[in-house]
Ligand binder design. Sequence first.
Ligand code: SF4
Length: 376
Amino acid sequence: MNLPGFNKKTFFHRSFVDRVKSLAQYYIGNSLKIAPPQIITFRFVAKSQSCFVYSGCDGFYKYRPSQTAFSEKHMSLRSFRKLADYAADGESEFFFWGEDISKSEDFFGYLDYLSLKAVPCRILTIGGVDERILPYITKGIIKEIIFSFEGHPSQKHYKAFPEVMNMYQSALNAINLLKDFQLTSPVKSKVSGSMIISEFNYYFLDEMLAWSKSRDLDYFYFFHGNSILPSHAGAHASKFYDTFQLSSDSWRDRVSECNTIDSAILIPQMRVIQKNIRKQSHIFTPDLKPWQISPYYTDYNYTAGFDRCYAPWFIMNVFENGDVVSCANFPDYPLGNIAESSIDEIWNGEAMRKFRSEIMLCDRLPLCTRCSCLYS
Ligand code: SF4
């Protein structure tokens, strides 16, 4: 079953999001069972968490110990097949997230089964992919590979982390491999980059723009800063507890004491990028106007008019151990495990329904104001 009139595009596409939002309102208003998700995000938990080293944050280790342990419990092929069958029946698309993803032997087993069922996927990776990915591009199931860069190797900050530099180099090698492949293959996947704007990189967006152009990337996604201040975190903790009668700590890796982005430096760079880019090739999330930048980085209640999150209606998040979560920020709010329950029972189960209806009632939790899903 699929949402009526659904026009499948990437979830970054505005008309797609508007369509899903109106359908989500219709479904909740009429207490209908929610159709299978448009996107199943499959999260490989990074082995080294170098993405968090980028931003100098050790919160991931501290607040997500259970999540880091997930990476030790691989999903059985049987469970993966169950998930892929569900995706094929619901016409869902897979979105793999992880670090150096093609180093996982499981990954190619997953791609084999997705190929068999003709389920399309996108991949977001920190680090590279190797040539074993190419046959799956030829089969037409990989729509896009996105390389995540949280900085630029010329930066002193990153040079201090040899592991990060190695990941950057393996991403670069992978981009060269894929761009060469694009020249000769009749079937292509998009090759893109992304970065989260942070206090460590906001002053050289123009360099990242030049870099992405020099690599001829199909898209470059800039995500505005996603951390919150400790004062805002306190409001979130109490609201989460009042709403779900549960203490959740997993999101605390998003709290930063040093969120000091100078809008006066960021705004002129964004103006240059927005003037010079090819249409829709460089995408900012949220898509802020210059006058919205300063409030976004100083007032953590500010949402630039994006007031309600619809992600729980169209994105399912699954971890490597089979746990399904409401959204990646709350892995400690359990919904179920695909090895133990039917996927539809989890997606339309009591815990997920409660999560959706609470989000619908309150519009958003305090943390949501700096989650890119609110703005997608
Ligand atoms: S905006 Fe809030 S509810 Fe939506 S995905 Fe993000 S944290 Fe979860």
